[in-house]
Design a binder for this molecule. Structure first.
Ligand code: NAD
Length: 471
């Protein structure tokens, strides 16, 4: 059987079992250990991951490379089906972009990123190697369930590791489906047991057990403020891909058509679920009206002040001491938001926008909705001040549209974000309409940035004194 037929076989078997009542996939009760990589017990998952990681270490680099290519091929071939399944389960985002996100996985770096550094001198030789950590504990978000697990698995397996995952409960079923399909295909093609292990009914307790497990030396956490805080407090090595609230600045020198197209592309992507997506825009007064016209011209629909007010009341509420984006609106289609604003939307609209004051809760909150507030500011200085304020020091992503090198430089220095997109959509920083390799875990508070196989390696050096130098 060739590779394509093998993948198709494995996937269709998993899908068949998902559709069968009483199927073990996603069901509550499971055996304590499981060769397909799905578990109800963290110890069993760690045990399985440990065995598989040792098999991977023996198999070598060619096998790692082959597994990475296999996962990419499977994600691509199943993009339509898996995108649909993920949307049906999570109920956030857009089908075309769920599919596109699986396609973007083709750009995730693999073993080619791992380079051994060698030095040779009068006293012998030295090799600097990039070694695996072993079993990595992984937390995934609901916003990109299969894309995150796949991107993490490719990068972590490329660097010789195995995974134990606590998925978001609202995206666990589709993640487990992909994990099971991946493990079966890896076993069939490379003879290695479940490298990717997931809790099929994840809880905060299972997350905590993964955080504290003595045989998990590294954690990779992708999610919002609470889990990012928890991960930053663990004594373990933790790669933390936390929340963002990316501001956009548009100054008087910007190409407004280009700015509008960039903002629509980035903010509308998967209904603004991306942590890097444009969330609030500050436009200098002298071009504000023209910028609003450019947005309309580019196909976005502007809400009136009354419409913005209605939407804001419906979609964002005050809880305890802060604003909270409403679950009924996060990642929903523009038509849902428009209905709350009292507007009947024509088909094919990707994004809503409207003028707000800085005080509107859409500005400070990471709202993850296809509505973007536009705030009129006096000048570039005020735009920069407000961009910094509403990025909240996450150090995640910021965007500028400008042809003034001085303004671009000032903002780049001041925001100090991991990603800084200039004159294009935020997604450009991850290779969608721009340059740069993708990742679904942008490690912000812990500083690793766009995660790659290098992120998941330990530095190891061997020196050989007075021999092995052949010149
Ligand atoms: P979320 O914080 O609700 O959940 C993320 C994960 O953390 C889930 O698996 C959840 O079960 C778990 N979790 C939550 N609180 C926890 C705790 N106290 N202890 C252990 N586990 C806990 O986030 P979400 O809604 O799934 O995803 C959206 C958020 O994730 C946004 O804030 C977004 O910016 C962020 N995000 C960041 C990146 C990045 O690369 N930096 C990528 C995707 C999403």
């Amino acid at each position: 059987m060739d590779d394509k037929a093998l993948i198709a076989n494995v996937v269709s078997e998993v899908l068949k079992r998902m559709a069968t009542p009483g199927s073990p996939i996603g069901a509550a009760a499971r055996p304590a250990t499981s060769s397909n990589g799905l578990h109800d017990n963290v110890d069993a998952a760690v045990e399985q991951a440990t065995v598989a990681q040792q098999q991977l270490a023996k198999a070598g680099m060619e096998t790692r490379d082959g597994i990475c290519k296999l996962l990419k091929a499977m994600a691509q071939e199943n993009a339509n089906e898996w995108g649909r399944i993920e949307l049906e389960e999570t109920k956030v985002g857009r089908l075309d972009h769920k599919i596109a996100k699986l396609g973007l996985l083709q750009g995730i770096p693999g073993v080619e990123f791992l380079k051994t550094a060698a030095k040779s001198g009068d006293k012998g030789i030295c090799l600097d190697e990039m070694a695996p950590w072993g079993v990595i504990g992984v937390i995934t978000p609901v916003t990109h369930s299969i894309p995150t697990v796949t991107a993490n698995a490719i990068a972590m397996i490329a660097s010789g590791n195995s995974l134990v995952i606590n998925p978001h409960p609202s995206g666990a079923k589709c993640l487990c489906m992909a994990v099971e399909a991946y493990n079966k295909a890896i076993k069939a093609q490379f003879g290695i047991d479940a490298l990717i292990n997931a809790m099929h009914t994840p809880t905060l307790e299972s997350a905590d057990q993964i955080f504290k497990h003595p045989r998990i030396p590294m954690l990779v956490v992708t999610g919002g403020p609470a889990v990012a805080r928890a991960a930053m407090q663990t004594p373990k090595r933790a790669v933390v891909a936390g929340p963002g609230n990316p501001p956009v600045v548009v100054d008087e020198t910007a190409d407004l058509k280009r700015a509008a197209e960039g903002i629509i592309f980035g903010a509308a992507f998967d209904n603004n679920l991306l942590c890097i997506g444009e969330k609030e825009v500050f436009v200098v007064d002298s071009v504000f009206d023209k910028m609003m016209a450019a947005m309309r011209q580019a196909g976005a629909v502007e809400l009136s002040a009354g419409g913005v007010e209605k939407l804001t009341k419906a979609a964002i509420t005050w809880k305890d001491d802060h604003w909270v984006a409403g679950k009924d609106f996060i990642g929903k289609d523009p038509s849902v938001l428009a209905a709350a604003a009292g507007v009947k939307l024509r088909d094919g609209v990707d994004l809503l926008f409207g003028e707000t004051s800085e005080d509107n809760p859409f500005v400070p909150v990471e709202q993850m909705m296809p509505f973007v507030p536009f705030v009129r500011v006096r000048d570039f200085d005020q735009a920069l001040e407000l961009a910094l304020k509403h990025e909240h020091g996450f150090g995640h992503t910021a965007i500028i549209h400008s042809n003034n090198l001085n303004n671009i430089t000032r903002m780049g220095q001041a925001v100090n974000t991991t990603l800084f997109a200039v004159n294009g959509p935020s997604t450009g920083c991850l290779g969608a309409n721009g340059e740069g390799f993708p990742s679904y875990s942008i490690a912000t508070p812990s500083g690793e940035g766009v995660t790659s196989p290098l992120t998941f390696t330990r530095f190891r050096r061997m020196t050989v004194t007075d021999s092995l130098r052949i010149v």
